[in-house]
Design a protein around this ligand. Sequence first.
Ligand code: CO
Length: 282
Amino acid sequence: MTSQRIASSFLLCALLALCALPAAATEKQQAVLIVAFGTSVEQARVAYEQVEKQVTAAFPDRKVVWGWSARTLLKKTDPPRLTPQQALAELAAEGIKSVDVLSLHVIPGAEYADLERTVRAFEGLPKGLTRIRLAPPLLHNTESLHAAAKALLRANPHAEDEALLFVGHGSRRAGVYYPALQYYLHSLDPKAFVGCVEGDPDFDAVLKSLKAGSIRKVRLAPLMTVAGDHALNDLFGPEKTSWLERLQIAGIKVETSIKGLGEDPAFVTLWLEGLKTAAEKK
Ligand code: CO
């Protein structure tokens, strides 16, 4: 390339950049960062697609990006995913000033606590984002427990002789939300039960309740954002240790509903409402 051509192409670039500036400035000053655990299960991502669709519709003028907290999964996907930290750093580097963080967690467990720390760290940076707000997880106070209980029942109509069993991940830090949800579900429908893969109420506790209620048939559904690894293996897997198999061994008939909460617009709406409340507070 001659120096003249270099100079003219440089000029062209500079002009293009100038023309692009006002549009970019008015366009995407704000962003929504959606944070999920992530999943290695391809078909489970329909939940994430539903979430992105609703977030984009709710915030048409904002840039929408993702952060996955499961570090081991990040490089296994194509294209590779970012952690919430990396996503926030990229947004700040792009000149975005305001970010709302939508967490797709079910309870305020260890993953959510990590995210809170990340958000606080970015809040304090002198030249970065000027505003960053974090939405609460699906279950976080009495109203949210009540709303989630109602949404679960609405999404899972059941026959008179059938009980509902929602199984979540479980947590040492915030495991109390599962029995709490059980309470609100029970007050609306005495045939709705909650269990946990890792935590209380565990399988034995749930089975005891089912037996006490003389229940012979349940509809088993994950209380998880995506129907990923835990749902497909721990709940519905073919091994004798899965909830499906153990219920059947105990003489209980099982219908399955293999859908993540994120696939249902009603739950995404609840997460988005949490984001709106967080935005009003700040
Ligand atoms: Co797990």
